[in-house]
Every structure is written in C-alpha cells, then in structure tokens.
Design a protein around this ligand. Structure first.
Ligand code: PEP
Ligand code: MG
Length: 566
C-alpha cells in the first residue's frame, strides 16, 4: 500500500498508465539569422496559444469555466510583454529560441517558488507547464496522448498539469496518482472539478508503479493499493458503488431549502477558516457561514495581520457570499491554538487559562483593530460578530462596548459600516450554558460550540485519549446543556445555531430539531448530507426521540438507542 494525500474523493479501480516526462533535450546554440529565429519562436508561441485555447474550450466543457481560466492564464502569461519581451531580447542577442525560453522561464520559476507562498508557488507550476509545452513545439516532440487512454485507466504522473487535464475523458480515466501536489494544487482542483478520485504526493509512484498493473486509488483515504487481491477488489468495488450512489442521491438536495419532513425550515451554514473557504462553502451549497475561524489569519506568519489585511480578508469572504449571512468569530487563540509570535506564557492549564475573549479584552488594541476590520467589511455583506469562550455577562458587555468604540472611531473617519451589526455569543463553556438565560437577554444570537462545550462540561480535554471515553456530546449532561441553551435562546426570541462538529452528526439531528435549533453550521462536504438527514424527520418523530433520549441515564444507552433508529 502506498500513502499520499486524499485530494479528490472516491475510489478508482483500474490499470496504470504512466505519463513519462518528455525528454526535451537540445544543444543550446548561437544563431546568426536572428530574424528567422525570432519568427520560429513567434510561430511556436502562436501554436502554443492556439493549442491552449482549444484545451481551455475542452476543459470548460468537462471541468468548468473556472478550471478553463487556469489554462487561459497560460495564454495571458505568454502575451505578457515582460516575459515574451525578455525572451525575444535574448534571441535578438543571438540565443536560440529554446535556450531563450528556458532561461527566462527558469528565472520566473525560481522567483515564484522562492516566496514560500502557496498561491505564488502555483504560478511557478504554471510557468513550468508553459515551458514544457512550448519546448515540445520547438523541438517537434509529440506529447503523450491521455485522450487515447482506454477505459478504466489510472493516470500516474509526476504531476497533472492543467494542459494534461484537457485530454482527460471522465468516462475513461478512473483515478489519478501523482508524486507532487497538495490539497490546493492545480492537480487537486482539476481532479475535484472532474470528479476523478485522486491521491497526490505519493512518493516515487512513477517508478514503483508500472504501466498496465492493476491498482486501487482511494481518493477518500489517500491510499493506493497495489496488486490488490480479489477480496480487496470486491471490498473496494462495493465501497465505490456506495460512494457513487450516495453522491447521486445527495445531488437531489442541491439548491433546495433545508426542511424537515414536516416542513420546518432551517438555515444550513458552513464553517470556514479562510476567505477562500467561502468559495468552497458556496460550491457546497451552504446557505451562509456560521463560523469564520479568524485565528487562521493570524497563524503561519511572524507578526499580527494589520487592520487593512484583515479587512481585505473579511471583505473578500463577504463578497463571495453575496449577501448571505457571515458570522465572524473574533480571535480565538490559546489552548490548542498557538500563535508563537504573540509570546503567550506557557500555562499550567491553557484550556482554562488566558485565551480567546479573555486575551482579547486585555489586549484592546489588537482586539479593536480586528473589530474595526470586521465593521469595515460589514459594509459589503451581512456580517455578524461572535465572541468565543464567553463565561460571564461582563465579558459580553465589555466586548460590545469595544465594538461601540470601534464604531465611533470609524464614524469619526467617515468610514461606512453596518450600524446594526448583530453581536452574538458562542456558547461553548459550561458557564455560558448555565447563564444562557442571562446572556440571551443581551445577545443577538447564540451559536453552540459543542467541541468545547463537551470538553468543558465533562471536564475532559478534547485532545486527551485517556479521557476520550468521557468526551461525547451524547453524554446526558452535554445534551441537557444543549437543550437549555436552545430553550433560553427560543424564549428570548433570538436565533440559535450549532457550529461544533456535533451539528453534522446524523444521531444528533433529531434531537436538535426537537430542541428548537434554528441554524446548523457544518463543514462544506457535509452540507448536502445534513440537508438530507434533516429531511428525514418530522417534528413529531424528532420530539418522540428526544423525549426518550432525555429520560436515559447513560451515554451508552443514548448512543445505542440512536444508532438503532437512524
Ligand atoms: C467549538 O468549540 O465547538 C467550535 C466550533 O470551535 P473550535 O472548534 O474552533 O474551538
Ligand atoms: Mg471552541
């Protein structure tokens, strides 16, 4: 078995076709007829642009418009006077077209790769793809025709370039395995758009696998099974068929409202960590964002993001959501979420320590700059603010007072924002559950964070395997907390969502329907599954289940019962 990155869901069972790198060798030479060489180069660039345009047309049909744009980007790059101008200048200076192309491309590849930024690194891959394509034209080397692959082919390559994808026929290619690439590389994006299972970053796969051998590419778990036994083939065929059946079935829920079987309507939002995830949320048919974990904007860097940088990120997410609800959680650091440059002192008990809203209220400049960034972005969408880890009413009041200060600063500078921005509480501590009736009077909404609420209610660290047996949202105590929080919100007439992992659990759904939750916020891939699971229950059936469950004394009893009825 070979391990890699699960980059595109599904299972491909088929025969390997290794896509070799073409040997594009040539001997650099000096040319005397530079005009003729320049013409040869321009002809090659024209041929490249024509070919790429055709490929983009075909990708538009098979994968989609956005994916075709990747290839159009290659044409724009080769029309860019900076890049082509440098190549032409080298040719005029006496270099052959091949060497001029290679040198300039390598310079760009080097510059793009050295930034360490993923998006810019992707540009390096694009330039590499362009270089190979034009060199092939100049040298008259024929590229391997993926379009001629027989049905049931698993492509194995160093990387799947955008130009390669043009030849991929979805009915013939059942899997993709590559040596390089990450979740966000072009190979992954294209594989997902084509809905072909893909396992990326499988070390040495182009040499360990050989053309014609049978493999199973499991793009859901990120593994490749070589020389599968008959038993494994049967097992994975069943898995593949179940996966495809569920996928087809789930598609029936796309573009629909989120309704219970008795017609109650719910909001079905997504959890995101970056503005880019907002696109994924929309593609997944999310109806908004119920939790934007802003700490990701603060991680993987050496200094705080500025107010402007944050504003751009929040605004970008708002624009992607086109007026749909966007709940931005203010900085939730500490505990398991470390930000080294903040220099937080090591604590005996970080989960109970100086973190989240507690840290923000003591670091008012940092907090205010985030609040101002959120407020400025609120002019571009339906943005709401949510405070994490609230345990006392004073924290909510202080946070709200700081929002007011941020508002008056912006007013004084004549900057627009949503004057009526909603401010809510993430109810994820035992204390917030107990005082939910008090918090509800002063909040515009609640969102239940069951990941932490479970830990804080059970006094069981969510990352500690030794107490994992206690860490369950189906513990009677946690269910009572959830019920209480929802009740208090309902009584105060404010919306109440759930953004912890439990919101997507099919066993939790009837309970939440019965308790009166109004919004579910889940990861993008869970959206359609949750919509389907909500549609299974009438309110009366859900009430019966909740009634039974709330009379049970142990987690085991509850889970056994729920497993039986879903
Ligand atoms: C939670 O605690 O349930 C939650 C959604 O937040 P996080 O997982 O980011 O702590
Ligand atoms: Mg939390």
């Amino acid at each position: 078995m070979l391990k890699g990155i699960a980059a595109s869901e599904g299972i491909g069972i088929g025969k390997v076709m290794i896509i070799e790198d073409n040997t594009l060798e040539y001997t650099p030479k000096t040319v005397s007829d530079t005009d003729a060489e320049l013409q040869r180069f321009r002809n090659a660039v024209d041929a490249f642009c024509d070919e790429t345009m055709e490929q983009a047309e075909s990708v538009k049909k098979t994968a989609g418009e956005k994916e075709a744009e990747i290839l159009m980007g290659h044409i724009y790059m080769m029309k860019d006077p900076g890049m082509v101008g440098s190549m032409e200048a080298q040719i005029t200076g006496g270099q052959c077209a091949e060497a001029a192309l290679e040198q300039v491309c390598d310079m760009f590849i080097e510059a793009f790769s050295s930034t360490g930024d993923e998006v810019t690194a992707q540009r390096a891959a694009d330039v590499k793809d362009i270089k190979t394509a034009i060199l092939s034209i100049l040298l008259g080397v024929k590229t391997v025709k993926i379009s001629e692959a027989p049905a049931g082919t698993v492509i194995v390559a160093k990387e799947v370039t955008p130009s390669m994808t043009a030849g991929i026929n979805k009915d013939k290619i059942v899997g993709i395995i590559t040596e390089t690439g990450s979740q966000t590389s072009h190979s992954a994006i294209l594989a997902r758009a084509l809905e072909i299972p893909a396992v990326l970053s499988v070390e040495n796969c182009t040499t360990t696998l050989s053309s014609g051998e049978q493999v199973i590419a499991d793009g859901s778990d990120g593994i490749v099974i070589t020389a599968p036994s008959e038993e494994q083939i049967n097992e994975y065929t069943t898995k593949r068929d179940a996966f495809l059946r569920e996928k087809r079935e789930l598609e029936n829920y796309r573009g629909k409202k989120t309704l219970s079987a008795s017609g109650e309507e719910y909001e079905l939002f997504c959890n995101i960590g970056t503005p880019k995830d907002a696109t994924k949320a929309m593609e997944a048919d999310g109806e908004g964002v119920g939790l934007f974990r802003t700490e990701f904007l603060f991680m993987d860097r050496n200094a705080l993001p500025t107010e402007d940088e944050q504003f751009e990120a929040y605004k970008q997410a708002a624009l992607i959501l086109k007026g749909k609800g966007l709940i931005i959680r203010t900085l939730d650091i500490g505990g398991d979420k470390e930000i080294p440059y903040l220099g937080l002192e090591k604590e005996e008990n970080p989960f109970m320590g100086f973190r989240a809203i507690r840290y923000c209220l003591k670091n008012r400049d940092l907090f205010k700059s985030q609040l101002k960034a959120i407020l400025r972005a609120s002019a571009f969408g339906d943005i709401r603010i949510m405070f994490p880890l609230i345990t006392a009413v004073e924290e909510l009041r202080e946070g709200k007072a700081l929002v007011e200060e941020a508002k008056s600063d912006l007013r004084a500078s004549g900057i627009e924002f949503d004057e009526n921005i909603k401010i809510g509480v993430m109810t994820e501590t035992a204390a917030s559950g107990v005082i939910a009736h008090l918090l509800a009077k002063e909040s515009d909404f609640f969102s239940i964070g069951t990941n932490d609420l479970t830990g804080y209610t059970m006094a069981a660290d969510r990352g500690n395997g030794d107490v994992a047996y206690l860490y369950s949202p189906f513990q009677p105590s946690v269910l009572m907390m959830i019920k209480r929080i929802i009740n208090c919100a309902n009584e105060a007439g404010i919306p109440v969502g759930m953004c912890g992992e439990a919101a997507a659990n099919p066993m939790m759904i009837p309970l939440l329907i019965s308790f009166g939750l109004t919004e579910f916020s889940v990861s993008a891939p869970s959206v359609l599954k949750v919509r389907k699971n909500i549609a299974k229950w009438t309110k009366a059936e859900a009430d019966k289940v909740a009634g039974d469950v709330m009379n049970m004394a142990t987690e085991k009893e509850i889970v056994d019962y729920l497993k039986n009825i879903i």
